[in-house]
Design a protein around this ligand. Structure first.
Ligand code: NAD
Ligand code: DAU
Length: 356
């Protein structure tokens, strides 16, 4: 039987991955290991929390002893590692937290998996350590060369403390393969959007602000470009790669869907206005240009043809449809947003945790 720890399963992408695995693989044991930082929210998983193949464990990935004991107790055969500090702006203010969680936390998971799996008679056979990373490790692309995309061969060149910490963790994962023969896989994905994203990130923050007619802080001139992928498509890619990906390989995951920030913001404004019954574009005056993010990467764009070619994955949603679904979800789930912005969700999981 497969017994898989998914780290960061109470966060944005992690909750979609946990839901997909719990529902799709009733014969797997899925253990969601999450510290429940400000970004972790068990409400995201209310629909699957009582499933018999699901267990939640509140733990810090830096806590080697707890992870090692959990691996022994659950006979863990795989790790899908998403837990991280994930917001670039926070990394600029507090880089140490990013080094601790993203670098030391990943190292402690790797070491626990190494010691546990090497203690078994079959050792690494049938095991998998899958590390979820970001396109930001590749640095920034130029606007003058739209034909150039990040490939799996692009040299690492991170600029923010967040991307530097993710790059470092990627190197540790590959080093554990090269040094100890651990069966690792790394994927680097572009910007995700969709339900359950913490409202400090561009799209949910702006949907919430438009709804309440609050200013929309656009960094710099809004000319930076990101490549957007619907979160359920990322979760589907993770499923395929976990099961069919080749050990020691890297796969880029992206939407072939580049947008200038200012254009995406205008699209979001029009969609929110329309769905709220306001004149479309009525809230354009909320756009407020503010001081740019320090070291703001100009353009990210992922070439995910290797994943398409070798494992048959491709994005399923057109962006217009994905944005419509996303805006609708946040408008229909205002309570979720309000709880997060008021901190009530912390009380929810404290109560729930007490009862376990
Ligand atoms: P998120 O911030 O929404 O969630 C992170 C989760 O990790 C939270 O549930 C949090 O409680 C948990 N966590 C944080 N520190 C922890 C620790 N020390 N121990 C245990 N759990 C801890 O992040 P996300 O946007 O869902 O991103 C998930 C992963 O995907 C990250 O590794 C990120 O680098 C990567 N990624 C994100 C995107 C994106 O667009 N969001 C794109 C590419 C890659
Ligand atoms: O590319 C993948 C990365 O995408 C992930 O690794 C990160 O975890 C994830 O947070 C995301 O990083 P970004 O910095 O691209 O996402 P964010 O939503 O913070 O910002 C998107 C763009 O919008 C970026 O160019 C900065 C800009 N922005 C953001 C915010 C929050 C604004 O102009 N105003 C804002 O208030």
């Amino acid at each position: 039987m497969k017994s898989i720890i998914i780290t960061g399963g109470a966060g944005f992408i992690g909750s979609h991955v946990v839901r997909l695995f719990v529902n799709k693989y009733p014969d797997y044991r899925i253990i969601n290991l999450d510290k429940l930082t400000y970004a972790g929210n068990l409400v995201n998983l209310k629909d699957i929390e009582d499933k018999p193949n699901y267990r939640f464990v509140r733990a810090d990935i830096c806590d080697f002893d707890t992870i090692y004991a959990l691996m022994q107790e659950e006979h863990v055969t795989g790790i899908i590692h998403l837990a991280a500090e994930s917001h670039v702006d926070r990394s600029i203010k507090d880089p140490f937290t990013f080094a601790r969680t993203n670098v030391m936390g990943t190292l402690s998971l790797l070491q626990a998996a190494k010691l546990y799996w090497e203690s078994l008679p079959e050792k690494y056979e049938g095991k998998r350590f899958y590390h979820i990373s970001t396109d930001e490790v590749y640095g920034a692309l130029e606007l003058e060369h739209p034909e150039i995309l990040f490939t799996e061969e692009t040299k690492y060149n991170p600029h923010s403390p967040y991307s530097a910490s993710k790059a470092s963790s990627d190197h540790f994962v590959r080093a554990f393969h090269d040094t100890y023969g651990m069966p690792t896989i790394v994927t680097n994905c572009s910007n995700n959007y969709g339900p359950y994203q913490f409202p400090e990130k561009l799209i949910p923050l702006f949907i919430n602000n438009i709804r309440h007619r609050k200013p929309l802080p656009v960094y710099g001139k809004g000319e930076n470009i990101r490549d957007w992928l619907f979160v359920e498509d990322h979760a589907r890619a993770i499923d395929i790669i976990y099961h069919k990906g080749v050990i020691a390989e890297t796969y880029n995951i992206g939407g072939f869907n580049e947008w200038k920030n200012i254009d995406i913001i205008k699209t979001v404004i029009k969609t929110v206005d329309r769905l709220l019954g306001r004149p479309e574009g009525a809230d354009m005056d909320l756009i407020t240009f503010v001081t740019d993010r320090a070291g703001h990467d100009l353009r990210y764009a992922i070439d995910s043809r290797k994943l398409q070619r070798e494992l048959g994955w491709e994005p399923s949603l057109q962006f217009e449809e994905g944005i419509e679904r996303t805006v609708r979800w946040y408008l229909d789930n205002q309570e979720w947003l309000d709880n997060i912005t008021s901190g009530d969700y912390e009380k929810y999981y404290e109560d729930m945790y007490k009862n376990r």
